[in-house]
Design a protein around this ligand. Structure first.
Ligand SMILES: Nc1ncnc2c1ncn2[C@@H]1O[C@H](COP(=O)(O)OP(=O)(O)O)[C@@H](O)[C@H]1O
Ligand SMILES: [Mg+2]
Length: 325
């Protein structure tokens, strides 16, 4: 079942069309690599999905109550907090529950208040606490910080003293631990060293939610993704498989298109040969045949699907109606 559906999305920035036909859906648990050249609109797409930008056309629909995690939304709000408490802050509800559980235990032990009522409350909170990861949030917090390369000393550093790189690692940690149903990761490996990338890899692989990730790191994509969404020529196409599988499919697709293209080019020149010949014969019926053959050739030219590698060269000789995607 689709958790997120994007339909015919288009975006124009002040007269400049970024993309015009983005359609895809994500299923629960999908780990999708979003790829495309610089400037095709990957970040723009993320911002439209999260509602930070309006699309120029089309729409995004998601399953009810589903939550997004997007890196830009998670910046450090309180500069004097330490790295550790900044990261723990996303577990505020669990911390509150924990405090209340301590209070209740203390009250029961010391016979303060109505024990039956307290036990009932304790049961309710305990259940919610465990369901929401209360037993593991401290270890997950430490693991995320260590995994992303913070040393134990840095745990207690005020966030205002962090470098830009450390700051984005902290934002990434907050995003990852936020428990969002859909994580939108925009080049998350940019500030990471190899061991942090490895940690992120296993985190994303094991993530029970859905992940859409932009990355230029093909090894990272290969290791974490099961689908690949490509944006090219303003359109999108979803491929089943990781980056390498995608590249192989793409190569075969291009080969097929090139083969068809060559056949079509041959056919066009064969027909145009007939046109020339008919014209040389010079009778009226020859001109009629020539005209109708020329029409046929022109139609074939219009229908030509130009392979990517030919796009530049043929641009001036035949008018491409469609390109290969
Ligand atoms: N707010 C904006 N106003 C005008 N143009 C923008 C704006 N944001 C992005 N762009 C342009 O839209 C294009 C797509 O940008 P972006 O989504 O960042 O691409 P990507 O993330 O794929 O590299 C780029 O050419 C960029 O310059
Ligand atoms: Mg970008």
């Amino acid at each position: 079942m689709a958790v997120l559906t994007v339909s015919n999305l288009s975006k124009i920035f002040v007269e400049r069309k970024i993309f015009e036909n983005i359609s895809f859906h994500l299923e629960k648990g999908d780990k999708v690599g979003l790829i495309g050249a610089n400037g095709v609109g990957k970040t723009t797409l993320f911002k439209i999905i999260t509602g930070q930008l309006d699309p120029s056309g089309g729409g995004v629909s998601k399953e009810k109550n589903l939550t997004f995690g997007y890196m830009e939304q998670h910046s450090c709000s309180t500069p004097d907090r330490t790295v550790y408490s900044e990261l723990l802050s996303i577990f505020e509800p669990l911390i509150k529950d924990e405090k209340r559980l301590d209070e209740i235990s203390f009250m029961i032990e010391n016979n303060i208040g109505d024990t039956d009522e307290l036990v009932a409350e304790q049961f309710k909170i305990r259940e919610r606490f465990e369901r929401d990861g209360g037993l593991t949030y401290v270890s997950r917090t430490r693991a995320a910080l260590n995994g992303l390369g913070f040393t134990d000393d840095e745990f207690y550093m005020p966030t205002e003293r962090l470098s830009g790189g450390q700051r984005s690692k902290l934002s990434l940690a907050k995003l990852l631990l936020s428990g969002a149903d859909i994580l939108l990761l925009d080049e998350p490996t940019n500030h990471l060293d190899i061991s942090a990338v490895n940690w992120l890899e296993s985190f994303v692989k094991e993530y029970r939610g859905t992940v859409l990730v932009v990355s230029h790191d093909r090894y990272f994509l290969d290791s974490v993704t099961n689908k690949t969404l490509e944006i090219e020529h303003g359109k999108s196409q979803m491929y089943i498989g990781n980056y390498s599988v995608f590249m192989e499919k793409k190569r075969k697709q291009q080969e097929m298109i090139e083969q068809q293209y060559e056949n079509q080019i041959k056919e066009i020149s064969r027909i145009e040969g007939i046109v020339e010949q008919q014209k040389r014969w010079g009778r009226e019926r020859n001109f009629i045949t020539a005209a109708s053959k020329q029409k046929q050739a022109d139609r074939l030219k219009e229908e030509l699907v130009i392979p990517d590698k030919e796009l530049e060269q043929v641009h001036f000789t035949v008018k491409p109606m469609a390109n290969s995607t």
